[in-house]
Design a protein around this ligand. Structure first.
Ligand code: SF4
Ligand code: SF4
Length: 111
């Protein structure tokens, strides 16, 4: 089992989650984060930290697609362990529907 970063992280990317993860298994894309499913120890501490409620356990219905996205991009994006500056318009996108189709970016974080 693992936790999964789901669609509502896209363009919100508040990053409160990375500070609490004991095994540093978050990876940073241009506009969202993912969790490496093989590194996550399933402790659950990140879930309540996310202001966008974007982190869910993989036992939740409907997370299969995002689990595969987390798995694929955790291998491609750089590791992140410290909170950076959130996007200025993060709140505007919090809860917006259809963000994956419209805004998902396969690019790694620009750093
Ligand atoms: S706290 Fe939530 S919205 Fe912010 S980066 Fe982590 S998963 Fe994404
Ligand atoms: S559940 Fe625990 S180990 Fe997994 S990503 Fe969240 S904080 Fe890290």
């Amino acid at each position: 089992m693992t936790y999964v970063v789901t669609e509502n992280c896209i363009k919100c990317k508040f990053m409160d989650c990375v500070e609490v993860c004991p095994v540093d298994c978050f990876y940073e894309g241009e506009n969202m984060l993912v969790i490496h499913p093989d590194e996550c120890i399933d402790c659950g501490v990140c879930e309540p930290e996310c202001p966008a409620e974007a982190i869910l356990p993989d036992t939740e219905d409907g997370v299969e697609k995002m689990l595969e996205v987390n798995r694929e991009y955790a291998e491609k994006w750089p590791n992140i362990t410290q909170k950076g500056e959130e996007p200025a318009d993060a709140e505007e996108f919090n809860g917006k529907e259809g963000k994956f189709e419209e805004f998902f970016s396969p690019n790694p974080a620009a750093r």
